[in-house]
Design a protein around this ligand. Structure first.
Ligand code: KIV
Ligand code: ZN
Length: 504
């Protein structure tokens, strides 16, 4: 059977909620995943990888709920190449309108020998058996050949041919360790196109990791050599150095018209969905991140500013409006109305129906009175004590008093409320933040380690709002949190509690 696909159409497979969510600390609740999945649907992705159902009851439930909530994109569930995993995925996908099972096994000799302690023949048999078994329940089967980046091309071709014959409709060639050079990875895809007899019966998918900073380049090399599905995450999040950034691939294809390749992505949603994912996962976006970083369209050197003002395209290859950055810049000031505020909150990924806009507007006016212009980070800070930041059953910091200076050991007194009960504690430390964390810890009384702690002034002045990001470890798992305040000790305490409330 030869499949009929538009040869110029590139399908976008988003794995923010599976490969992206595997990042320590980035775990989301099912309602949060549904909110992101709906935003991905609005963005126009073709496939949403919703989770790995056998891995935990939470992941299983998320796949069930996402299948009900999202109707347009294909909903995909990951499995290893065994019946138990596949059974779990089939059950989790029962409500999906367009289900896909993503099953697979290692393909490099390294994985075959040291991960599976097996042989090529055995692995090949397991791959075929898994695809045949999954095909009994679901028509759309994607097969992944893990560590294909380092696999022997002849064996990889043999494996791909066998799984297509067994019923795979999409074949994923992951560069699991981000090892390949673009030329190498592109040649691998071309080799499969030229040496797998039934390759026209499946779509080749590329799944690249960014360990050497080459994920986007490798993905493109794959596409230029015949792959027609790209596996990506928003903001490029993912294990270690991350996955291919969806926004980068989509903008490369959009910017280079001559390639004549198109996706279904509405790129105007990028700014909004990037902010939403970053905020919900507590994972800041680096300022110089391509396409959606804070500085992606900022021209600061004199020569650039001069050239830019003479003719925008001298120094700008992408129109900021194409990625959802409002160049006309409805700037928020004390005179801005509710409508402008709503526009900016939506742009930052907030769901307006979930917000008490009148209340936020009041807080906004108070802040706008103190500042000339309100930035995105100011808005995030304003929203940070809203419903999304405080967990319903979590600890709430009712008060914080700190004493520090040259003449005494810093000390902090905190009052924490939990399920209606207020507790107070005082502690000393080598600084005010240390004293505050110790006081909080003495109430919570659990073995929690603070691993990362960054403080950032939003604009730079000493009267500015600070943003604190923290990563804590509890029972060998990471949790991320953030806090905003003009008082860095308060922002630190909020960030610490934000992370803690994820597991307490
Ligand atoms: O990187 C990888 O190989 C994966 C597979 C599970 C598809 O994420
Ligand atoms: Zn991966």
């Amino acid at each position: 059977m030869t499949m009929l696909h538009d040869p110029n159409r590139v399908y976008v497979f988003d794995t923010t909620l599976r490969d992206g969510e595997q990042v320590p600390g980035c775990q989301l609740s099912t309602p949060e995943k549904i909110e992101i999945a709906k935003a991905l649907e609005a963005l126009g992705v073709d496939v949403i990888e919703a989770g790995f159902p056998i891995s935990s009851p939470g992941d299983f439930q998320s796949v069930v709920e996402l299948s009900k909530a999202v109707r347009e994109p294909i909903i995909c569930a990951l499995t290893r190449a065994n019946r138990k995993d596949i059974d779990s995925a089939v059950a989790a996908l029962q409500y999906a309108k367009r289900p896909r099972i993503h099953t697979g096994i290692g393909s490099s000799d390294m994985h075959i020998k040291y991960k599976f302690n097996s042989t090529r023949e055995d692995i090949l048999e397991r791959a075929v058996e898994a695809v045949k078994y999954a095909k009994r329940f679901v028509e759309d089967i994607e097969f992944f050949a893990e560590d294909a980046g380092r696999a022997d091309n002849a064996f990889l071709a043999q494996m791909i041919e066998a799984v297509i014959a067994a019923g795979a409709t999409v074949v994923n060639i992951p560069d699991t360790n981000g090892y390949c050079l673009p030329e190498q990875y592109g040649s691998k895809i071309l080799y499969l196109k030229e040496n797998v007899k039934n390759i026209d019966q499946a779509i080749i998918s590329v799944h690249c990791h960014n360990d050497l900073g080459l994920a986007t380049a490798n993905t493109l090399a794959g596409v230029l050599n015949g792959a027609r599905q790209v596996e990506c995450t928003i903001n490029g999040i993912g294990e270690r150095a991350g996955n291919t950034a969806l926004e980068e691939v989509a903008m490369v294809l959009k910017t280079h018209h001559a390639l004549n390749l198109k996706t279904n992505i509405n790129t105007k949603h990028f700014s909004e969905i990037s902010a939403k994912v970053s905020r919900m996962m507590r994972m800041p976006v680096q300022p110089n991140k391509a396409i959606i970083g804070q500085n992606a369209f900022a021209h600061s050197s004199g020569i650039h500013q001069d050239g830019f003002l003479k003719h925008r395209e001298n120094y700008e290859i992408i129109n900021p409006e194409d990625v959802g950055i409002d160049a006309a810049g409805i700037i928020l000031t004390a005179r801005s109305g509710r409508h402008a505020l709503k526009h900016h909150l939506e742009r930052l990924g907030y769901v307006i129906e979930k917000i008490n806009l009148d209340q936020v507007y009041e807080k906004f006016l108070l802040l706008a009175d103190q500042k000339l212009e309100i930035s995105d980070d100011d808005l995030l800070s304003l929203m940070s004590d809203g419903e999304e930041h405080t967990y319903k059953n979590g600890y709430k910091l009712n008060s914080l008093n700190v004493v520090c200076g040259d003449s005494q050991l810093p000390s902090a007194t905190v009052k924490l409320e939990y399920e209606g009960l207020e507790q107070e504690a005082k502690a000393e430390g080598n600084g005010p933040v240390n004293a505050t964390i110790k006081a909080i810890q003495s109430i919570i009384d659990k073995d929690i380690q603070l691993k990362e702690f960054t403080i950032q002034a939003i604009h730079g002045g000493s009267d500015d709002i600070s943003k604190v990001n923290m990563r804590v470890i509890f029972e060998e798992r990471s949790y991320l949190g953030y806090g905003f305040s003009t008082d860095i000790v308060r922002a630190s305490a909020d960030a610490y509690l934000d992370a803690l409330n994820k597991f307490l």
